[in-house]
Design a protein around this ligand. Structure first.
Ligand SMILES: NC(=O)c1ccc[n+]([C@@H]2O[C@H](COP(=O)([O-])OP(=O)(O)OC[C@H]3O[C@@H](n4cnc5c(N)ncnc54)[C@H](OP(=O)(O)O)[C@@H]3O)[C@@H](O)[C@H]2O)c1
Length: 270
């Protein structure tokens, strides 16, 4: 997919990965429509970018249909060629520490919002000579991890959506790319998550590395990207021999529970 001169919509552009991605896309010559909930944070991202590459910004909650429709209208107006669904959140903790509202909110932002936004833009994208939908999932969209039950449900769902839609659109010029980052140093991860990852020896990437990999995958028309060697291996192992991964994660459960319960009260729903 050619990025130079193409209009790209980035949701979650006010967050860590979205912000880095906006920078990489601007360097690749793309025109940008940037979406986020927080006007101040999104404005700071725009200020860092070269003049003229941002065509429009859209402030709103993408779990809200009216805000989503506003973004879709802006995307059509600027003849968007690529939609990158980055926005998302997490609330690390055991399932019985999550409220009804937590469950609904996480599934809405991580799963329903990207599906609905994609659906709203599909007619437009299909009419273009080439187009792409990029869904930013997670390594936890292929490996169920304790303390992440709802997050995993949403990201497994996003991966399934991406695969099915990609196959559904195989006879069109719209490509679907699913990217699964591993732990990334952004504010989505609370102190408890960072401390747990350190205790378990889980590697973490900088958002700039993730953004560069996403842009390379868009340019190369890739379909599936899992970032990180052990994560790629464990995703495959989990599919082929889930019992082996059950046992490996069983040995980490005490550590996960220690961080999930001692820090449960301070976890934000981001
Ligand atoms: N960080 C990681 O370890 C990691 C690992 C794998 C995958 N990912 C995935 O990468 C994506 C980006 O994560 P990140 O680390 O960059 O997180 P982040 O820094 O917390 O950014 C999240 C972004 O999503 C936006 N957002 C959240 N809820 C929203 C809503 N209801 N409506 C509209 N926008 C909303 C936020 O907007 P405001 O800031 O304006 O509210 C922000 O721009 C997520 O899908 C996440 O699941 C992250």
């Amino acid at each position: 997919m050619q990025l130079e001169g193409s209009t790209v919509v980035v949701t979650g552009a006010s967050g860590g990965i979205g912000r880095a991605l906006a920078g990489e896309l601007a360097s690749a010559g793309a025109r940008l429509i940037l979406a986020g909930r927080d006007a101040g944070r999104l404005g700071a991202v725009v200020d860092e970018l070269p003049d003229g590459c941002v065509r429009e910004t859209c402030i709103g909650d993408l779990t809200d249909v009216a805000d989503r429709d506003r973004l879709a209208a802006a995307a059509r107006r600027h003849d968007c060629a690529v939609l990158v669904n980055v926005c998302g959140g997490n609330r690390f903790g055991l399932l019985d520490h999550q409220s009804d509202a937590d469950v609904d909110a996480l599934l809405a932002v991580n799963l329903a919002a990207p599906i609905q936004l994609t659906r709203a833009l599909l007619d437009h994208l299909r009419r273009r000579p080439s187009a792409m939908v990029v869904n930013v999932g997670s390594a936890y969209g292929a490996i169920g991890f304790p303390g992440y039950a709802i997050y995993c449900a949403s990201k497994f769902g996003l991966r399934g959506f991406s695969e099915a839609l990609g196959r559904e659109l195989a006879d069109t010029a719209v490509r679907v790319l699913h990217v699964a980052p591993r732990a990334t140093r952004t504010s989505m991860n609370s102190d408890a998550v960072n401390a747990m990852n350190q205790a378990l020896g889980n590697a973490a990437d900088d958002p700039e590395q993730v953004a560069r990999r996403i842009v390379a995958a868009i340019r190369a028309d890739e379909r599936r990207v899992v970032i990180g060697w052990p994560e790629r291996f464990f995703a495959r192992l989990n599919q082929a021999l889930p019992g082996v991964v059950d046992r490996a994660l069983g040995q980490q459960l005490r550590t996960v529970k220690r961080f999930a319960t001692t820090h449960a009260q301070e976890e934000p729903l981001s």
